[in-house]
Design a protein around this ligand. Structure first.
Ligand SMILES: NC(=O)c1ccc[n+]([C@@H]2O[C@H](COP(=O)([O-])OP(=O)(O)OC[C@H]3O[C@@H](n4cnc5c(N)ncnc54)[C@H](O)[C@@H]3O)[C@@H](O)[C@H]2O)c1
Length: 253
């Protein structure tokens, strides 16, 4: 089916976890601009763009997630798009985090993707344009220092994306992931605040990416929209890096 660009997301209903800040909020803005209706599921959804249905939920709580997804589907009149984007960081080498921290980070970053998608499936199965888009990270494609736990969690998100895409392709439900480089969000702001010399740390992060700057959340939002768009019905099982070339280019400094 051909869908015109102007009406790209008209009539479609999207749920965005972590939609209260950073990349998730930018994705909601981009979806609104293309005509979608949205729900932001977040620990603190009050930062979600105007017009989004705000649902306060912890993505580690199965009963609360099921209720939140059902409420979103109920109030939006169904669900076509699920953006699994909520996530948290973890720093340090392999001995830096104890079992409880491993369980906590994997619960938020990995199990939540299964939890939210599982709750959304009955609704997605009723959609003509069903799609799931996950937010992975270049940390899972490259060996970055002091990121063992975070990298493991995002590696799992990448693998789940491909496995779920294979499972659902016969049903016409697409599954993709964006793979962002370091992005200019409140998350990175918090990391910089903790650094001994925040300006030097920002310069180092900028220099790490071949295009010499952080990725803007709006650029990741564009990728979320591309992967979710009903215009791109053949796009499934795709891991799309938005990283200024960090995973693929070797430029001379
Ligand atoms: N910022 C980066 O450099 C970067 C790079 C690659 C990937 N990512 C990924 O992008 C996603 C969004 O990151 P961001 O930079 O916008 O982060 P952010 O901290 O700015 O926003 C994340 C949002 O997720 C919400 N959240 C966290 N834990 C939650 C929970 N248990 N239940 C519900 N909501 C929860 C937070 O309240 C927040 O609103 C994450 O999955 C992150 O791993 C970020």
């Amino acid at each position: 089916m051909t869908v015109t660009q102007e009406a790209e997301f008209a009539g479609l209903r999207a749920l965005v976890t972590g939609g209260g800040a950073g990349i998730g909020a930018a994705t909601i803005r981009a979806l609104h601009a293309r005509g979608a209706r949205t729900a932001a599921l977040d620990l603190d959804p009050t930062g979600a763009p105007e017009g989004a249905l705000q649902i306060r939920v912890d993505v580690t709580d199965t009963a609360a997630v099921t209720a939140a997804v059902d409420r979103a589907a109920d109030e939006l009149g169904g669900l076509d798009i699920v953006i699994n984007n909520a996530g948290i960081g973890a720093q340090g080498q392999v001995d830096a985090n104890d079992d409880a921290e491993w369980a906590r980070v994997l619960d938020v970053n990995v199990v939540s993707v299964a939890r939210v998608t599982r709750a959304a499936l009955p609704h997605l199965r009723r959609s003509e344009h069903a799609v799931v888009v996950n937010t992975a990270s270049i940390a899972s494609m490259l060996g970055l220092p002091e990121r063992v736990l975070y990298s493991a969690s995002k590696g799992a998100v990448q693998s789940m994306t491909l496995a779920m895409a294979a499972d659902f392709v016969p049903e016409g439900i697409r599954v993709n992931a964006v793979v962002p480089g370091t992005a200019n969000t409140p998350w990175v702001g918090r990391l910089l605040e903790k650094a001994e010399d925040p300006e030097a740390e920002r310069r180092a992060l900028n220099a790490r990416q071949p295009h010499g700057r952080l990725v803007e959340p709006e650029e990741v939002a564009e990728a979320h929209c591309y992967l979710a768009s009903p215009r791109n019905g053949s796009t499934t099982g795709v891991l799309l890096p938005i990283d200024g070339g960090m995973t693929t280019l070797r430029v001379r400094s």
